[in-house]
Design a binder for this molecule. Structure first.
Ligand code: FAS
Ligand code: PHB
Length: 390
C-alpha cells in the first residue's frame, strides 16, 4: 500500500491533520490501534482556544461545534471562600474560549473522514516505523494476523504519550524534559446542570477542584486526589461531598448532584521531547508533549502542532520547499514551551502540594491575590488561557 503521509493515531491530532492534508490535496491514511468506539469513549479535554476553533472551521468540521459549543468570555477563580471572575474577553480585546468536549471534536472529525471516504485502519496492531531517516519511509502493521507494509513520503506520529512513534526514535537523538506532579485528578461526568455558567478553578486547603461542563445539561467536575488513589475508593456520594467541601459556599449551595456516567483518575505530568522531527518522521500532539490539564492546553497544543505541520507539508508538495518542514520543530516547540509554562504555573498556584510548608501555601495565596487584584496579571493569565497567537 502507498500513501503520501502515513498518520499514526486517530486522536484529535491525527484526525485533524488528516482532514487538513486532504483539503490540501495530500493523500494520507491513519493507522489506529484501537477501534472507533474505544477512541470515542475516552473522556478528556473540554476547552477549545479560538485558534483551535478556527482550524476546525477551516477543516470544515465546525457546524455542530458552532451549534452546541458554549462560548465563554470569562473564567472564575475561587479561593479563601470567595469567587473572582477573570474577564478574559475584555482583557484580550474580545477573545473567548469554546467549551466543547474532545469526544465531540473527535466524532466530528471521524464523521467528516468517513464522509470523504478517507482511509482509517482501526485495530492496527504491532505498528512499526522504518527508514524514516531516508526519503522512503515505511510503516508496518498487522491486522487479523496479516502483516501489511505501507510506503510513504512522510510519517506523522500522532499516537499520544504511550505511542510507538517517539519510542522509534534512537534514544541518543531525543532530549526529554519532565516534571511529575505528586497528585492526580479524579474526574466525573454527570447529566446534571452545571453549577455555574462559566468554569470555576478552586484552590482549597483540602485540594484543587474544577467545575466545568459539556452542555447546559452535562457537567464535568474534578477534584485533586492522591497519586495512588483509585476510582473505586470514590463512590459518587463521597465525590459530591468532597467537591462541596472544596468549592465556595455559593457553589456548594447550587451544586446539582446526580449519578456519574464516567469516572476516572488521570495523573498530572509536564513532558516535552525535543526535537519533534527526525528525518521524514514528525511528532505532533501528546506524542511529543504532555501538559497538566490545569491550563486546558493539551488538545489545543495538538491543534497548533497540526497547524504548523499541515502548512509545512502543503508547502513541500506545492513547490518542493523544505523550509516549512525544516522549521517545524523549532516553531512548534516555541509555542509548546509557552503552554508548558502556563500549565505548570496554573498547576503550581492552585494545587495543594503534600510536601508544601506554610511558606509555600502563603506564596500561593499571594499569587492568587495578586492575580485577581492586578490588571496586568489578569491580562497575562487571560491571554494565555484564550491561546497565544500561532
Ligand atoms: P491521543 O492520545 O488523544 O490520541 C493518540 C491516538 O493514538 C489514540 O487513539 C491511540 O489509541 C493511538 N495509538 C497509540 N499508540 C498507537 C500505536 N502504537 N499504533 C496506532 N495507534 C496508536 N487535555 C485538556 O486540554 N484538558 C483535559 O481535561 C484533559 N484531560 C485528559 C485526561 C487524560 C486521561 C489524558 C490521557 C489526557 C487529557 N488531556 C486533556 C490531554 C488530551 O486531551 C490530549 O492533549 C489529546 O488527547 C491529545 O491528542 P493526541 O495528540 O491526538 O493524542
Ligand atoms: C474539562 O472540561 O474537561 C476541562 C476544562 C478545563 C481544564 C481541564 C479540563 O483546565
Amino acid at each position: 500500500m502507498r500513501t503520501q503521509v502515513a498518520i499514526i493515531g486517530s486522536g484529535p491530532a491525527g484526525l485533524l491533520l488528516g482532514q487538513l492534508l486532504h483539503l490540501y490535496g495530500i493523500d494520507n491514511l491513519i493507522l489506529e490501534r484501537k477501534d472507533r468506539d474505544y477512541v470515542l469513549a475516552r473522556i478528556r479535554a473540554g476547552v477549545l482556544e479560538q485558534g483551535t476553533v478556527d482550524m476546525l472551521d477551516e477543516a470544515g468540521v465546525a457546524d455542530r461545534l458552532h451549534k452546541e459549543g458554549l462560548v465563554h468570555g470569562g473564567v472564575e477563580l475561587s479561593f479563601s471562600g470567595q469567587r473572582h471572575r477573570i474577564d478574559m474577553k475584555t482583557a484580550t480585546g474580545g477573545k473567548t474560549v469554546t467549551v466543547y468536549g474532545q469526544t465531540e471534536v473527535t466524532r466530528d472529525l471521524m464523521d467528516a473522514r468517513d464522509a470523504e471516504g478517507l482511509t482509517t485502519i482501526y485495530d492496527a496492531a504491532d505498528v512499526s516505523l522504518h527508514d524514516f531517516d531516508g526519503d522512503r519511509p515505511r510503516v508496518r502493521y498487522t491486522r487479523n494476523g496479516v502483516s501489511h507494509d505501507i510506503t510513504c513520503d512522510f510519517i506523522a506520529g500522532c499516537d499520544g504519550f504511550h505511542g510507538v512513534s517517539r519510542q522509534s526514535v534512537p534514544a541518543d537523538t531525543l532530549a526529554t524534559f519532565e516534571r511529575a506532579y505528586p497528585f492526580g485528578w479524579l474526574g466525573i461526568l454527570s447529566d446534571t446542570p452545571p453549577v455555574s455558567p462559566e468554569l470555576i478553578y478552586t484552590s482549597h486547603p483540602r485540594g484543587f477542584a474544577l467545575c466545568s461542563m459539556r452542555s447546559p445539561m452535562r457537567s464535568r467536575y474534578y477534584v485533586q486526589c492522591a497519586l495512588d488513589d483509585r476510582v473505586d475508593n470514590w463512590p459518587d456520594a463521597k465525590f459530591w461531598d468532597e467537591l462541596k467541601r472544596r468549592v465556595d459556599p455559593e457553589a456548594a449551595d447550587h451544586l446539582v448532584t446526580g449519578p456519574s456516567i464516567e469516572k476516572s483518575i488521570a495523573p498530572l505530568r509536564s513532558f516535552v521531547a525535543e526535537p519533534m522531527r527526525f528525518g521524514r518522521l514528525f511528532l505532533a500532539g501528546d506524542a511529543a508533549h504532555i501538559v497538566p490539564p490545569t491550563g486546558a492546553k493539551g488538545l489545543n497544543l495538538a491543534a497548533s502542532d497540526v497547524r504548523y505541520l499541515s502548512l509545512a507539508l502543503r508547502e513541500f508538495y506545492a513547490d518542493g520547499s523544505h523550509a516549512g518542514i525544516d522549521d517545524y520543530s523549532r516553531r512548534a516547540l516555541a509555542r509548546v514551551w509557552k503552554a508548558e509554562r502556563f500549565s505548570w504555573w496554573m498547576t503550581s498556584m492552585l494545587h495543594r502540594f503534600p510536601d508544601s510548608d506554610g511558606f509555600g501555601g502563603r506564596i500561593q495565596l499571594a499569587e492568587l491575590n495578586y492575580l485577581v487584584g492586578s490588571q496586568a496579571a489578569t491580562t497575562a493569565m487571560a491571554e494565555n488561557y484564550v491561546g497565544l497567537p500561532f
